[in-house]
Design a protein around this ligand. Structure first.
Ligand code: AMP
Length: 516
């Protein structure tokens, strides 16, 4: 049997890693020799009617010339039952299938480097992923022909890659600025448990937005240099500007000035950008991440002196302004000895090894030091959204009352008292909501039921209780406090995953699909 690998299935880039014989995790380079692979899929050969997907750099570069045949940021659609990518020749793919294509490429490339089959893997997900998206990730793995040993939180993986384990009790803050998302998580490591205390982020803020700011500046400059005023309608030019803007951004992490050279309608143009100006035009983006860090510190009731380890992960934390900001607000030196875009995959490899050992009954002796061997890793999840109930407030107006706050550890329970509002009221309408805004317009109703109740005088007391299960089912109960009995219950299954049959069909389809 081959060895288990760790996979970081990222929004913009993915990576695979394995624990080596010396007990240290190492990245498995892809077949192009790169440590990270763009999470981009191109469905080429449209003219011939084939859907032979191509994953990685080539696909990313093709975004310019064949935007309709390229899928990017599919992670944002994970677990959305209504999303499909329709290729130009009419084939349709779910987010799980597109993700499976990326995973299959990582699996194939890992097999090439290791010279052995790879079947077992740990795949990472953001801490805020709900169960639907975790199951969808697992299904993507199965479709790709992987046995997913565990779905692991990205910040936990990052902590593992920094060598934090059961010996390192303490509080960790993980600031993760990737290509398309920002996440900040506070975890407590205690006796081998990695408990997520609070997590927050912005799912639409990442390196891509920093690229866009440069791209907009470049467009303005080209226009002012006389390249034309209709540049934004040229898709290929826009894509080229984006790509060059990302390259310029990366070089501004090490040098203080970069040049972007473009040829428009046969004429060459040069746009100069300094690090100072880049930082000025992206200050608001950085500030947004700072505010979210401060929010999550508040949510976890932590002071900076409580934070024992500060980890920066995600390729965008290479930008000096990120490091400076984090240092300034925390007064601490972030730990920087792991590559920020490899940390998650490396940690997943450590967990993959641990899972493999746990399930192994072969009794083979291990080459890995006992510190890793003995590691017990339990990861607990928290609710990413508050659950509430809509009731009438003292002014007789509908209000959303939180029953289970955001960031509660799952499984969890919550209660809210309610009273009848008229004499002889014959039923209570229970509306379960998602979101913590008291204004009902901003709360999403995820389930409801009209429950008949005995007729009392106005003001009769009832209790609404929720139990939130590990599998993301919400059990709702309405209790009659006068008669001391339950008058109604219902369940809300929040799972929106592919059916077993669809997964099996997708596995067959994938089996017949060569992936480049
Ligand atoms: P990740 O998804 O964590 O691999 O992060 C990818 C993001 O990191 C992309 O937006 C990259 O442009 C960005 N990135 C990678 N290297 C650098 C760098 N040296 N400076 C700034 N951003 C970078």
């Amino acid at each position: 049997m081959g060895r288990a690998i760790g996979i970081d299935l990222g929004t913009t880039y993915s990576a695979a890693a394995i624990l080596q014989a010396d007990g240290k995790p190492a990245i498995l380079p892809n077949s192009e020799g790169q440590n990270i692979t763009p999470s981009v899929v191109l469905f080429p050969d449209v003219a011939n009617g084939y859907d032979e997907p191509l994953v990685g750099d080539m696909a990313k570069h093709s975004a310019a010339t064949s935007p309709l045949d390229v899928v990017q940021f599919v992670k944002r659609q994970m677990g959305d039952p209504n999303w499909r990518f329709e290729s130009t020749n009419g084939s349709s793919f779910t987010a799980e299938e597109v993700s499976a294509i990326i995973l299959k490429k990582l699996k194939n490339d890992a097999e090439l480097v290791l010279g052995e089959p790879v079947t077992d893997a740990v795949i990472t997900v953001p801490a805020y992923f709900d169960d639907t998206r975790r199951v969808a990730t697992k299904q993507a793995g199965r479709i790709a022909g992987l046995n997913v040993l565990r779905v692991l939180n990205e910040p936990t993986a990052a902590a593992l890659s920094y060598g934090l384990n059961y010996e390192n009790n303490g509080t960790v803050l993980v600031y993760d600025l990737g290509g398309g998302t920002f996440d900040v998580t506070i975890m407590e490591i205690k006796d081998g448990n990695f408990d997520v205390i609070a997590t927050d982020g912005n799912r639409n803020l990442g390196g891509f937005d920093f690229d866009n700011r440069i791209a907009n500046y470049v467009m303005e400059q080209l226009e002012s240099q006389g390249a034309g005023s209709d540049l934004s309608i040229d898709d290929a030019l826009v894509a080229e500007i984006r790509e060059k803007s990302e390259l310029a951004k990366k070089s501004l992490s090490t040098v203080t000035q970069a040049n972007i050279i473009l040829s428009v309608k046969g004429k060459q143009y040069r746009v100069k950008i300094t690090r100072e100006y880049f930082e000025e035009i992206t200050k608001d983006l950085l500030n947004t991440t700072q505010e979210l860090v401060e929010d999550v510190m508040d949510a976890a009731s932590k002071k900076w002196s409580d934070i024992d380890h500060l980890l920066l992960i995600g390729g965008s934390t290479r930008m000096p302004m990120v490091r400076n900001m984090v240092k300034n607000i925390s007064g601490k030196q972030p730990e920087l000895n792991v590559n920020p875009d490899e940390a998650v995959a490396l940690g997943a490899a450590v967990q993959a090894y641990v899972c493999e050992q746990e399930s192994s009954t072969s009794g083979e002796t291990s080459l890995v030091p006992t510190t890793v061997n003995d590691m017990v890793l339990n990861i607990s999840d928290v609710t990413s959204q508050a659950l509430g109930v809509i009731l009438l407030n003292e002014n007789d107006q509908e209000e959303n009352f939180v029953v289970i706050p955001k960031n509660s550890k799952i499984p969890t329970k919550g209660q809210r008292h309610a009273v009848t509002v008229v004499d002889n009221q014959s039923s209570i309408y229970v509306q379960v909501t998602q979101g913590d805004d008291s204004d009902v317009r901003y709360a999403v109703v995820i389930g409801d039921k009209e429950i008949p109740v005995p007729q009392y005088r106005k003001g009769a007391p009832f209790t609404v209780s929720y139990a939130y299960d590990i599998d993301q089912t919400v059990y709702v109960e309405l209790f009659d406090d006068t008669a001391q009995k339950t008058v109604g219950t219902f369940e809300i299954d929040r799972s929106l995953n592919m059916s077993e049959e669809s997964v099996i069909n997708a596995m067959k389809r994938m089996n017949d699909m060569p992936i480049g």
